[in-house]
Ligand binder design. Structure first.
Ligand code: FMN
Length: 443
């Protein structure tokens, strides 16, 4: 059988294109309301998507110390949102982001176990260490923790969470538990001390599906140990292939096989019935980008102030690289800008499209061609679809791209299972699996 695509719907408040919320078809005023999220989730489920994915936001976007408007709103609390969506969907996987840097494992383990039970086994956790250092100011810390230390804490965090999920035997359901089926955790580590069992029965899926999206070297190592799905930003076919192969190689060091992970790069498709229409839409959206917002977004993403530069100058790629080692996402953007000889305003328009993610402009057939090539060429196992604006561009995807993928035998006609693990083809973890993998971590 031909390899099958996995599809995530990556929701972003208002839109993925920075000006998408200004598109006349977007219900910008209602993106914090249940109707908006319910309609989008149900549309994704009609399109047989594997999962719905929402990020977290632990800080407000600022410029020069002041809240910066003219942007979309930030993410709603992911687990609260997904809990509500679990009651208006029946099959769609529900993946939410929470940070290991700013929470406690007991609290998070109970939240995801609850979501997994309420949804009948559809929960996933995007485990992040938090990209924005300013978040520390909202969590009683003057200074953000060093990146490598955050991942050491993250590993201990997953050790505790998986021990808690495994602390009650499968089948010891409800609150009438035989003590013989309870295995209290006794964890005394560098960051956490946890004693006792989880107050919630073992999740339907054993553990929620563990997702990882960090791109730094310690982030990639963490993914090799922890991730069952990897969300990543990849814009180049060959680089994406190499990324997937190197993830598999790293996993092997922890005794893990390639079929234990699903790699899903972001893909933001702007679709038109003809190429010309898609390009016209792109121009229309580009014209809606407020110039100050574009330069702000570019400066934030590159970690380099471009506010005082002439927007018509070429992006000073070498100067930016020399000032600070770019993050993985910034590096991708700089490489693209240098290759295409983009000006500062041209780079702002590029990043406005989908931040550092792969953006596509064209017809549904052309998009299906790209997705087929990436899947069959070994560059991914699926995509995290990022509509430039909601709900209209998602409707076009569901109505025109999904049937085309199905016709080519690349995507399910209907759900075959009920849980997110079943959709993604991931095994249910047996108790103690994570602690066995930890034995492979060098001291
Ligand atoms: C698709 C995708 C979604 C992400 N969502 C979040 C998010 O919601 N919250 C967050 O703090 N970071 C998010 N990130 C960023 C990373 O996980 C972030 O880079 C990480 O937490 C910091 O680790 P790193 O330095 O290894 O990249 C996302 C990344 C990708 C590719």
């Amino acid at each position: 059988m031909t390899r099958q695509l996995h599809l995530g719907l990556f929701i972003y408040p208002g839109a993925h294109h920075i000006a998408g919320w200004r598109h006349p078809s977007t219900p910008a005023a209602s993106v914090t309301g249940l109707d908006f999220y319910r309609d989008v989730a149900q549309l994704a489920e009609r399109g047989k998507f594997d999962l719905f994915f929402v990020g977290d936001t632990l800080f407000t976007r600022e410029k020069d110390g002041r809240f910066f408007g003219r942007q979309t709103t930030s993410n709603l609390d992911p687990v609260s949102l997904l809990s509500v969506l679990s009651s208006v969907t029946t099959k769609l996987g529900l993946v939410g982001t929470l940070s290991t840097t700013y929470h406690e494992p007991y609290e998070i383990a109970a939240k995801y176990a609850t979501l997994d039970h309420l949804s009948g086994g559809r929960a996933g956790w995007n485990v992040v260490t938090t990209w924005e250092d300013k978040a520390s100011l909202n969590f009683s810390r003057e200074q953000a923790m060093a990146k490598a230390d955050r991942y050491v804490r993250g590993r201990e965090f997953i050790d505790v969470c998986t021990s808690l999920w495994d602390s009650i035997d499968d089948g010891a359901a409800g609150f009438l538990r035989d003590p013989a089926h309870v295995h209290p955790v006794a964890h005394h580590g560098d960051s956490f001390a946890v004693s006792g069992a989880l107050p919630v029965p073992r999740p339907v899926q054993g553990w929620p599906v563990l997702v990882q999206a960090g791109g730094s070297p310690p982030g990639l190592e963490f993914a090799a140990l922890v991730a069952e799905a990897v969300f990543t930003a990849q814009t180049d076919f060959e680089i994406a292939r190499a990324f997937r192969a190197s993830t598999h190689d790293r996993m092997a060091r922890y005794g893990r096989r390639p079929d234990e992970v699903v790699i899903m790069p972001g893909l933001s498709p702007l679709l038109g019935s003809t190429e010309a229409e898609a390009q016209r839409l792109e121009q229309e959206l580009g014209d809606l980008v407020h110039p100050e917002v574009g330069i702000w977004m570019l400066s934030e993403n590159l970690g380099f102030s471009l506010y005082d530069r002439d927007p018509d100058d070429l992006l000073p790629v070498d100067e930016i690289r020399a000032a600070k080692k770019p993050t993985a996402n910034a590096d991708m953007l700089l490489t693209n800008a240098a290759r295409q000889k983009l000006t500062i305003s041209g780079s702002a328009r590029l990043i406005a499209r989908s931040r550092a993610h792969h953006s596509f402009v064209g017809t549904p057939e052309q998009l299906a061609d790209l997705m087929e090539r990436w899947l069959l060429g070994g560059a991914c196992d699926g995509f995290n679809v990022m509509p430039p604006y909601f709900p209209q561009q998602l409707s076009v995807f569901v109505e025109q791209v999904v049937p085309e993928l199905q016709r080519r035998g690349l995507f399910r006609e209907d759900y075959e299972g009920n849980t997110l693990r079943e959709h993604l083809g991931l095994a249910r973890p047996e108790p103690g699996r994570f602690q066995r993998m930890l034995k492979h971590v060098p001291a």
